[in-house]
Design a protein. Structure first.
Length: 593
């Protein structure tokens, strides 16, 4: 429905009231005026009758009809018409016409009235004169007997003309008054509607959220009070909205900083909210998901069943869920019922704990135990076997005994090497965990030279040349013995996997703000599928060759942990048949002096 402006409701009604009252007053006044005028005219006619009554009575009582008529004719100079009628209705005298030609007047209203009541008055259109006339008639009495009726008449058209002129003037004056009243009522209407319009605009701004806007308080008591109340309401609302927003922000901040994923669904299982962690775990968009159905967004049967169970059972439930997108994640989920203040079930809250890392660590631990057991069992089985063989006679055959004991000694060395490497690893890990690794700013060249010194004999035996390229002034924040150990491991591997006559280069320098040590060989290289796992404990590309070379499978794991303990990392690039380059990236805290 189209609603009218208050101005257009007030103004026309004001105008209507003014015009109707003006018209009513004009109509009433002209009626009263006309009536007064007619009464005055009737009184005037009556007075004129009284003036001539005596003369007419005399002529009538004497029965002198002709004299009566001629007396009437004499009066014709006055504008009033005088007629004398006998009680039977016959006209005996008239100012204008010969009585003989005139009708019987017994049926005329004023005549009947005069005869019956002593005074008659009427007003009607005269077809003879073609205008409206007023008639006043009185009986003429002689000796208690009515001998005739004397009638005077006058046209009233002039009255109407005079009245019309007066009405016209009243109407003109009324029009002026109406125009003035229209102006005043327009002004008053605007005075009333303008503050209301202001309030309306203010309320619209409030509705758009601009609650800081202040309505100007009007002089009018009611509108001023309304404006004040609306201002108070807006301020109150603003305060409450601020509270709600800050509470929501706090809640969002808490939820966003939680490691656990939190999601809530309503009774129809539409997502009400979910935090960043939950969105990450479920691989959904945290902004787009709310409002959509859980079934459609997550598509995980076990999570769905958990939510269904919590909602229908009213209990807290938990389950381990595997989420597969984009990579497999293991999640421990707790679902509990959400109830409102009246205890009605309104939804379910699900808390998701990502246990993927725990599972991974647990798997690593299990694998490690299995690997260690496996690595230790081989030499122990071998030692046990040879010792038993020795005990069964072989001890009496010196040559066999020597050979077996040599093998036992080798296996014991191997056992001790494994244990030594494991201890080194655990020591580095502990130091790194406690951040207790003692580092100092020292020149790298001396450390690299010491490492190469350790490997030099073995390299010479294998016919491999060792080259070092490192600026004298290159320094880094390092733990020298550990870094030396890492470089020894890398150079030892490079020598082991290089062919006779090739060379191993050790280079150190600055790259993009960090210190990089590279050990490059031109050996057999490593197939790409092994590279991602190469730094894992006990990971070997060629197990038999590694064992034959006396490797424990822990060398590169130690290198990686030493790099990490320094706050850096280890990396490898390799091409089968061309060679491998192992790099140690150390943070660039050291400076060239
Ligand atoms: P290992 O004691 O067996 O040498 P590492 O952890 O030092 O154990 O090395 C893991 C595996 O990586 C080795 O078994 C070997 O297969 C491979 N490897 C390491 N360094 C090289 C290299 N320079 N060239 C080719 N393969 C290498």
């Amino acid at each position: 429905m189209r609603r009218k402006r208050i101005l257009w409701q007030l103004y026309p009604s004001y105008l209507l009231v003014i015009l109707v009252s003006l018209a009513a007053v004009t109509w009433y006044a002209s009626r009263q005026f006309r009536q007064f005028y007619l009464d005055r005219t009737a009184a005037d006619l009556h007075a004129r009758i009284l003036l001539v009554e005596e003369e007419i009575r005399r002529e009538l009582s004497a029965g002198r009809d002709e004299q009566t008529d001629s007396f009437c004719k004499k009066l014709s100079r006055a504008s009033t018409r005088i007629t004398v009628i006998l009680p039977g209705g016959r006209v005996v005298g008239d100012t204008d016409n010969p009585p003989a030609e005139m009708d019987n007047h017994a049926d005329r209203k004023e005549i009947r009235q005069a005869l019956a009541e002593g005074f008659g008055r009427s007003q009607r259109f005269s077809h003879t004169l073609r205008e409206e006339l007023m008639y006043v008639a009185v009986p003429i009495e002689d000796k208690q007997k009515t001998i005739g009726v004397l009638r005077a008449s006058i046209p009233v058209t002039s009255i109407d003309r005079a009245l019309a002129a007066i009405q016209l003037r009243i109407a003109a004056a009324g029009l002026v008054v109406a125009l003035f009243a229209a102006g005043v009522s327009w002004f008053i209407s605007r005075q009333i509607s303008w503050p209301l319009e202001e309030l309306k605009h203010g309320a619209e701004r409030f509705a758009r959220g601009d609650l800081a806007h202040k309505l100007s308080v009007e002089d009018t008591r009611e509108i001023g009070a309304l404006a004040e109340t609306m201002n108070q309401m807006a301020a109150e609302l603003d305060g409450r909205i601020r509270d709600v927003v800050s509470e929501r922000n706090q809640r969002d901040a808490i939820l966003a900083s939680m490691v656990e994923g939190v999601l809530a669904v309503d009774a129809e299982q539409h997502l009400i909210s979910l935090n960043q962690a939950a969105a990450r775990m479920l691989a959904v968009d945290a902004r787009k998901a709310p409002g959509r159905s859980l079934r459609e967004v997550v598509r995980n049967r076990r999570l769905q069943a958990l939510v269904d169970g919590a909602f229908s059972g009213g209990d807290s439930l938990e389950d381990d869920i595997v989420l597969g997108d984009p990579r497999e994640r293991f999640v421990h989920a707790n679902a509990s019922l959400l109830c409102d203040a009246d205890g009605r079930r309104i939804g379910v809250l699900v808390v998701l704990h990502d246990v993927t890392e725990l599972q991974r660590v647990d798997k690593i631990r299990r694998d490690f135990v299995a690997n260690v057991s496996h690595e230790l069992r081989t030499p122990v089985t071998s030692v046990k076997g040879f010792v038993e063989t020795l005990l069964d006679d072989a001890i009496d055959k010196p040559e066999d005994a020597r050979r077996f004991l040599t093998i036992v000694a080798q296996q014991t060395d191997r056992l001790s090497a494994i244990i030594e490497d494991l201890l080194t690893l655990s020591r580095i890990e502990q130091d790194a965990e406690k951040a207790e690794l003692a580092v100092e700013d020292c020149p790298l060249k001396s450390v690299l030279e010491a490492a190469l010194g350790v490997c030099r004999n073995k390299a010479a035996r294998s016919g491999v040349a060792l080259e070092l390229s490192c600026a004298e002034e290159l320094r880094a924040e390092i733990n020298p013995p550990l870094l030396e150990q890492a470089v020894i491991n890398l150079v030892d591997n490079a020598v082991n996997y290089s062919g006779k006559g090739s060379a191993v280069d050790v280079e150190a320098g600055r790259e993009d703000g960090s210190v990089v040590i590279r050990v490059r060989d031109r050996g057999c290289g490593i197939p790409p599928e092994h590279l991602p796992r190469l730094f894992e404990r006990f990971y070997r590309v060629d197990k038999a060759r590694s064992r034959k070379l006396g490797g424990t499978g822990l060398g590169l794991a130690i290198v990686k942990h030493i790099a990490q303990a320094h706050g850096g990392r280890a990396s490898v690039e390799s091409t089968p048949g061309v060679g491998s380059t192992f790099s140690l990236h150390l943070p660039g805290a050291g400076s060239e002096r």
